[in-house]
Write a protein that binds this ligand. Sequence first.
Ligand code: ADP
Ligand code: ASP
Ligand code: MG
Length: 440
Amino acid sequence: MKVLKFGGTSVGSIENMNNVKSIINDGDKKIVVLSAMSGTTNALVSIASKIETESIKEAIEEVESLHKKYVIVVNELLTDEDLKAQVATYVSERFNFLLECASKVFSIEVENEILAQGELLSTFMFNAFLQQEGVNSQLLAALDFMKIDAVKEPDVDYTKEHLNKALEVTPEAEIYITQGFICLDDNGAISNLQRGGSDYTATIVGAVIQAEEVQIWTDIDGMHNNDPRFVEGTQPISNLSFDEAAELAYFGAKILHPQTVLPVRADGIPVRLKNTMNPPASGTLISSNHVENGIKAIAAKDNITAIKIKSGRMLQAHGFLRKVFEIFEVYETPIDMITTSEVAVSLTIDDDKNLDKIVEELQTIATIEVDRKQSIVCLVGHSIVNHEETFKLFQILKDVKIRMISYGGSRNNISLLIDTQNKIETLQKLNEYLFELVTL
Ligand code: ADP
Ligand code: ASP
Ligand code: MG
């Protein structure tokens, strides 16, 4: 069985829902994971933040305006009067729930319940649409089987047991539709896999059922070699290894949730990235194979904080780095990049929740400088550190100030730390040097 995931744009209009129907209705049994319609999760985030700041009137207005959009979609999507009435009732229930949330005291639990409504709405509507079109489909409730543990990792054993149960008790169907993104936490409360998490749902489900393939259908023809939002003329990459895809996703390629490939990597279950608006395009195949060497793609991750730790005591001393790392460990803050010299060590973090406490402790052993608004630009490709063309990337040194370089940490990744204000220029120039300029 395959798992196919469709993102927000793919279920974001009636035309695209028709495309999805044609793609999935091929006679093969499959599990289909859907995101919320595009724009919905952002709207729900905004509603939750209005409740948090006690702007209740604005929160209610936003709920009502989102409800109106759904009423229009339901009226256009469904022509069968019975199904239309069923869906309209369900949609009203979800929006009444959102209105109730507006009068609750804000908490993370309330926010998570609000965020879950997008996927509940899209799957219910789309399943009804398939029934109307005579497609043999059934809904599977993700909240019956998707679960994360105390450290927010997927609880694979629970998911396996409960997904199998759900499949047993659900009437036999060709297509099972389920919600991406949403799950239960270890206390059984509604939670989620973080923004963009439907990709992760698809690979978790793929691993649990040992799918033959996981397909991620989106609004672009696969992983491009640079960020198409900032660089013109980017090209799709036909093949990526799991390692390459994992690095790109982790370092900012928005097409994939950072953790997407982790659940399927060990079992070698291929992940195919495809374009809902252009199904014949070959897209990107992510698998265990390394197809070629050299720089394949560039991605950038924002909201990075750089910390420089300077101490005379580092000179010819040992044990200093251990003390530094222990402080980050105590505050459960992962370090991304690190460079050292004889008298200083610079490192980066993207989770700055505990930054003040970390800095306070570091100051007891060293002099600290903190730079915010940094970006990591990451270059990925099999064996790039040894490739003959890689030297070209260093031409970037004449264009922008590079704060740190990480080279040789792995053979497949080179990372640069820059000021976020130079990100677009850096991505564009690197594109020129690495992918556009013809070597003479
Ligand atoms: P979905 O809603 O289908 O999950 P996303 O918006 O999460 O879609 O991801 C697709 C978008 O990712 C593309 O429209 C594109 O703008 C952006 N993107 C960023 N980097 C890349 C990249 N390297 N390759 C392809 N798309 C990328
Ligand atoms: N709807 C969620 C989001 O917008 C999850 C997803 O689209 O993957 O982040
Ligand atoms: Mg996405």
